[in-house]
Design a protein around this ligand. Structure first.
Ligand code: 5AD
Ligand code: SF4
Length: 414
């Protein structure tokens, strides 16, 4: 979501006549879009802002940290301007005002989901994010998002469709729908599954539709069936687990049990052919014992993820879990994380091997940075593969997987 916001802000500034430079030295204004999910990201952003102020740049702090800390961030980061996640609409006015008067300001008003009418697609761009919803009302006890992105708000389905059609007319063939909890999308008439159908049925050139992130507590059979019957909905579900122990899930306020989660994941595997399932897992949440941690490993064993983002629990100021008494020490967190990664990786490898000698259609994304002379792309179930040679980003190639290098399948074109 931050990446997408940055792109929209970048375009808004360019439309106003600002000139973009990727040379830090030549920039007069530095915009820093910040993340608050874990502490380290916050610290890095603050440090970078101070560094830029020492070089006499005008510094604008955007994003979740800006929303969460507001006025306080002006002094912590030494930035000139702080703009919260729902106030980007005003960015030009605020910048012009600063140029004129030089007054430092923090603006964190709720002006709704930030949009740009008729976004101009970059040369060669084939894939785009589309906001469908912003904010979250789930209040998981570890998470800062409800405080940084505000209450859950859904965009009107027809506005979304109009934006998608504008994008496909400019050459976009893949869209990723963005929301903190897409399964509870509701615009008063359309639910998430209806929205997916609407986009599938009314687009001409879009070949792939992805979304992130669903929440296991709100995912419906209707959505699972819509995906299983679709030619455009990518066969990939990111299903954040967070933890496997029912005790921890309750303390996290996740709203599902281990058993319900496993049942849902296996149903998804049953009903959506060749689906890939990825997840987010936190280790070392307060009160997590060795037994609780093994419950997480047990879910991993049952579901066999195709990919996972794994984190040590990071205490976030203002969240309920930050006040929980029994915090887990850093060393235990580190050890559990290493063990988890090893487990997850074994199953990823097992899943990748199933791809050997099978045919896949791959959407090329660009040159591989790791494998010189190879292109990188994604299968229809969102697995990254490499293909020998160079292909224009956005082209679809067909081939057979003949080798797995690390975790990456290598596609041979006949
Ligand atoms: N500590 C560690 N990980 C966190 N996440 C969210 N909040 C925290 C936290 N306080 C992780 C969750 C979420 C992902 C985006 O970041 O796993 O799904
Ligand atoms: Fe945070 Fe996701 Fe929970 Fe919302 S559902 S509070 S965004 S972890």
């Amino acid at each position: 979501m931050n990446e997408h916001d940055s792109e929209l802000i970048r375009q808004k500034l360019i439309n106003q006549g600002y000139i973009e430079t990727n040379s830090e030295k030549h920039a007069e204004i530095i915009l820093i879009n910040t993340c608050s999910v874990r502490k380290k990201a916050e610290e890095k952003a603050i440090q970078y802002s101070r560094q830029m102020k020492n070089k006499n740049k005008t510094v604008v702090m955007l994003g979740c940290l800006a929303q969460h800390k507001g006025q306080e961030l002006l002094s912590i980061s030494k930035a000139d301007i702080v703009i919260g996640t729902r106030s980007y609409e005003k960015i030009i006015d605020i910048l012009l005002d600063f140029e004129k008067k030089g007054t430092k300001r923090a603006i964190c008003e709720d002006l709704g989901i930030f949009q740009l009418k008729r976004r101009k697609v970059r040369e060669g761009e084939f894939s785009s994010y589309v906001n469908i919803q912003q904010g979250c009302d789930n209040f998981c006890t570890f998470c800062v998002v409800p405080y940084t992105r505000g209450r859950e708000t859904s965009r009107n389905a027809y506005d979304i469709l109009e934006e998608v059609i504008e994008l496909e007319e400019q050459g976009i063939i893949e869209i990723t729908l963005l929301g903190q909890n897409v399964d509870s999308y509701f615009d008063g008439k359309y639910d998430f599954s209806d929205l997916l159908k609407l986009l599938e049925d009314n687009t001409k050139y879009i070949k792939r539709i992805k979304f992130t992130s669903p929440n296991p507590r709100d995912m419906t059979m209707k959505v699972i069936k819509t995906i299983s019957n679709s030619e455009k909905l990518v066969r990939w579900i990111h299903l954040p687990l967070q933890a496997g122990s029912n005790k921890i899930l309750r303390k996290m306020n996740r709203g599902y049990t281990k058993e319900e989660y496993i049942y849902q994941a296996l149903t998804i595997r049953d009903l959506i052919k060749d689906v890939s399932i990825t997840t987010d897992i936190i280790v070392g949440f307060p009160y997590e014992t060795e037994e609780d941690f093994y419950e997480t490993l047990d879910v991993v064993k049952n579901v066999k993820y195709d990919g996972a983002y794994m984190f040590k629990y990071s205490k976030r100021e203002g969240t309920p879990a930050s006040l929980f008494k029994e915090q887990v020490d850093e060393e235990t967190k580190g050890r559990r994380l290493r063990e988890l990664i090893e487990n997850v990786n074994n199953y990823i490898m097992e899943r990748r091997k199933l791809m050997l000698n099978r045919e896949y259609e791959v959407l090329i994304e660009g040159e591989s940075k790791k494998d010189i002379g190879y292109s990188v792309g994604k299968t229809f179930n969102n697995i990254s593969v490499v293909v020998k040679g160079f292909f224009k980003p956005g082209t679809i190639v067909k081939g057979i997987v003949k080798e797995i290098r690390g975790h990456t399948p290598v596609l041979n074109i006949a």
